[in-house]
Design a protein around this ligand. Structure first.
Ligand SMILES: [Zn+2]
Length: 229
């Protein structure tokens, strides 16, 4: 999985590395990792920031986060409940709490938190905008919610990650609904260990949202997406 390549201008690369919301994102200048769990710290070198969406076991692994942070000296940006759990293991100047609609920067890359419709303490989703304006929406374990339509309209996403399984009430249909509301260039079904759920999501997309491409990721493969024209 180590992602040695660097994306070209107006392009981002990503790797989905567990059956949950674990995604490594690389822009031309920065490397971000979201919800690292079930992954070796040695595969996550040169990380600039770790983003944590909520405190559930399949998203927050305190020991692993501390290990990655120590070796890379990266920043950690997390929802309030995860921030609380991390504050003994991460240096305070490297740990930042984020709440919905707050925005922060890692160099020229912008990170904005939004609401997350998931039964956790204070979960967030993340909008990541690369230095070239490539827009990624990491929706964590979220079920659809009405505000997604306005968020999609405002952001014009290139990539949206859509949960299709494992989380409470998450199905290919709820994942599809996230894509339908946000209307990205590319929709990525994830958070599942069942390829059939990803295929069902792809079918729904093809029938009902033909302008959005479906990218079914395989674990630990590298994908590249360019800014929409
Ligand atoms: Zn989860």
């Amino acid at each position: 999985m180590p992602l040695e390549a660097t994306p070209e201008k107006n392009t981002v690369m990503f790797v989905w590395f567990n059956h949950y919301a674990g995604v490594l994102i690389k822009t031309p200048t920065k490397t971000l990792v979201v919800d690292p769990v079930d992954v070796k710290a040695r595969n996550l070198r040169n990380v600039d920031a770790i983003l944590i969406t909520h405190e559930h076991y399949d998203h927050l692994d305190q020991r692993l986060i501390a290990e990655i942070q120590k070796t890379t000296n990266c920043s950690v940006i997390a929802d309030p409940a995860s921030t609380k759990s991390l504050h003994h293991s991460i240096p305070p100047e490297k740990l930042q709490e984020i709440r919905p609609t707050a925005e922060t920067k890692i160099g020229e890359v912008s990170i904005r938190a939004e609401k997350c419709n998931h039964p956790a303490a204070a979960p967030v989703t993340f909008i990541i905008t690369s230095e070239d304006g490539v827009k990624i929406f990491h929706t964590a374990d979220s079920l659809p919610f009405p505000e997604l339509a306005a968020i999609g309209e405002r952001e014009k996403f290139d990539v949206v990650f859509c949960t299709v399984g494992i989380a409470p009430n998450a199905t290919p249909e709820t994942g599809f609904e996230i894509a339908r509301l946000t209307k990205p260039q590319v929709a990525v079904p994830y958070h599942t260990s069942t390829p059939a759920q990803q295929r069902q999501f792809a079918e729904l997309l093809k029938k009902q949202l033909p302008k959005t491409a479906c990218l079914i990721p395989e674990l630990n493969n590298i994908y590249q997406v360019s800014k929409r024209k």
